[in-house]
Write a protein that binds this ligand. Structure first.
Ligand code: NAD
Ligand code: UD1
Length: 338
C-alpha cells in the first residue's frame, strides 16, 4: 500500500515509518521540519534498509500537496503533522488553529479530490474531560481545556462530519495516552526543542546531566503516593497500532475512535524509580507545586483497540525506560549529536 505520512520526520511519525516499511508498505513523507530533523528519516532508511520518499513541504501549501497526490497513487494517509505544545498553544492560539486545523482541511480537500478515503488521525487522550474517571473508555465525555486540546477535539468533529458525506470513507481517530521510549537501535527518538514539557524527556535529560534536577509537580494528589498517574506507552507499540489501524481501515467504513494506551497507570515517583532501576542512573528530584491544568490520574481502557484492531501494547515500563535512556545516552543533544 502507498501511505502518505504527514509529520513523518517527527517523534511518533518516524517510528511509524519504520513499522510501515517493515510491513511492506511504500512510504511518502511530507514534513516541513518545523519540529524535527531530516536525520530521523535518514536513520529510518538505514534501520529498515528501505527507501522512502520525502517532501520537505508545508501541509498548508496546497499546490505542493496536490503535486504529491499527482505523483504518487496514494491509498491512505496517516496524519501526524501539527503543533503539540500545550503552553505555547495558550500563548499563540491562532497559530495552533491555523497550523493544526487549516492543514487538516487542506489535506481532506486534497484527499477528496484524488478519491483517497482512508485516514488515520493522531488524536490525544487530552480530548477527555478533566473529571473523567480512569480507566477511560472511548465513549467518555469529551472536552478540552486549552487551544491544543481544542484543535484535536475540533478536528475529530470535522472528520466525523466529513465521513458522513462519503459512504466509502474510513477514518480512524487514535487517542494516544503518553508516548515514551525509542526504537531499540537507539538511532531515533524524541528530540524536544528547549526545556522538555513532558516527564520522560525531562527525566532522561536530568540523568544525562543536561538538566540539574527534576521538579515533581505536586505530591498531594489523591493517588497511591500523591504524584500524578499516567498511562505511558512505548512509541514502538504506538507505531504498531497505526499499522493495525491502517489495515483495519480497509475492512471498515465510517469514523471511529480508539484509545492507544496500556491500561496501566504509573505515578511520577514510580516512573523515576523504574528508570533508576532499569538504567542504573540517578535522577535527583524535588517536590514543587502542582502544574496548572494537570489531572491526578489518567489511564486508558484499551479494550476496544484489542477487540477491533487486534492490537495491544506489549512493552512494559522497564523497556520504555531502557529505550528512552539508550537514545538519550547515545544522543545527549538529540539529532544534533551525529
Ligand atoms: P512531533 O512534533 O515530533 O511531530 C510532528 C511533525 O509534524 C514534526 O516533524 C513537524 O515538523 C511536522 N509539522 C508540523 N506542522 C507541519 C505542517 N504545517 N506541515 C508539515 N509538517 C508539519 O510530534 P509527535 O510527538 O510525533 O506527535 C505527532 C502527532 O501526535 C501530533 O499531531 C501530536 O499532537 C499527536 N500527539 C502527540 C503526543 C505526544 O505526547 N507526543 C500525544 C498525543 C498526541
Ligand atoms: C501532557 C499535556 C497533554 C498531552 C500529554 C502527552 C499538559 C498540561 N498536558 O500531559 O496535553 O496530551 O502531555 O503529550 O501539558 N511531571 C512532573 N514534572 C515534569 C513533567 C511532568 O512532575 O517536569 C508530571 C505531570 O505533573 C504529570 C506527569 O508527570 O503528572 C506526566 O506529565 P506529562 O509527561 O507532561 O504528560 P501529561 O500531564 O499527561
Amino acid at each position: 500500500m502507498k501511505v502518505l505520512v504527514t509529520g513523518g520526520a517527527g517523534y511518533i511519525g518516524s517510528h511509524t515509518c519504520i513499522e510501515l516499511l517493515d510491513h511492506g508498505h511504500e512510504v511518502i513523507v511530507i514534513d516541513n521540519l518545523s519540529n524535527s530533523h531530516p536525520r530521523s528519516l535518514e536513520r529510518v532508511q538505514s534501520i529498515t534498509q528501505k527507501e522512502l520518499f520525502f517532501y520537505e513541504k508545508d501541509l498548508l501549501d496546497k499546490e505542493a500537496l496536490n503535486q504529491i497526490f499527482q505523483t504518487h497513487a496514494i491509498d491512505a494517509v496517516i496524519h501526524f503533522a501539527g503543533y503539540k505544545a500545550v503552553g505555547e498553544s495558550v500563548e499563540q492560539p491562532l497559530m495552533y488553529y491555523q497550523n493544526n486545523i487549516q492543514s487538516t482541511l487542506i489535506l481532506c480537500e486534497t484527499m477528496q479530490r484524488y478519491g483517497v478515503h482512508h485516514l488515520v488521525f493522531s488524536s490525544s487522550a487530552t480530548v477527555y474531560g478533566m473529571d473523567t474517571k480512569s480507566p477511560i473508555p472511548e465513549n467518555a465525555p469529551l472536552s478540552a481545556t486549552n487551544p491544543y486540546g481544542r484543535t484535536k477535539l475540533f478536528i475529530e468533529e470535522i472528520l466525523r462530519d466529513w465521513a458522513l458525506t462519503l459512504p466509502e470513507s474510513s477514518i480512524t481517530l487514535l487517542r494516544y495516552f503518553n508516548p515514551v521510549g525509542a526504537h531499540s537501535s537507539g538511532l531515533i527518538g524524541e528530540d524536544p526543542q528547549g526545556i522538555p514539557n513532558n516527564l520522560m524527556p525531562y527525566v532522561t535529560q536530568v540523568a544525562s546531566g543536561r538538566r540539574e534536577i527534576l521538579s515533581v509537580f505536586g505530591n498531594d494528589y489523591d493517588t497511591l503516593d500523591g504524584t500524578g498517574v499516567r498511562d505511558y506507552i512505548h512509541v514502538v507499540d504506538l507505531a504498531l497500532g497505526h499499522v493495525k489501524a491502517l489495515e483495519h481501515s480497509f475492512k471498515s467504513t465510517g469514523c471511529d475512535a480508539y484509545n492507544l494506551g496500556t491500561g496501566n497507570g504509573t505515578s511520577v515517583l514510580e516512573l523515576v524509580k523504574a528508570f533508576e532501576q532499569a538504567t542504573g542512573q540517578n535522577v535527583p528530584y524535588q517536590i514543587t507545586d502542582r502544574r496548572p491544568g494537570d489531572v491526578a490520574t489518567c489511564f486508558a481502557n484499551p479494550n476496544k483497540a484489542k477487540l477491533e484492531l487486534s492490537w495491544e501494547a506489549t512493552r512494559d515500563i522497564v523497556e520504555m525506560c531502557k529505550d528512552s535512556w539508550n537514545w538519550q545516552s547515545k544522543h545527549p543533544m538529540g539529532y544534533q549529536t551525529s
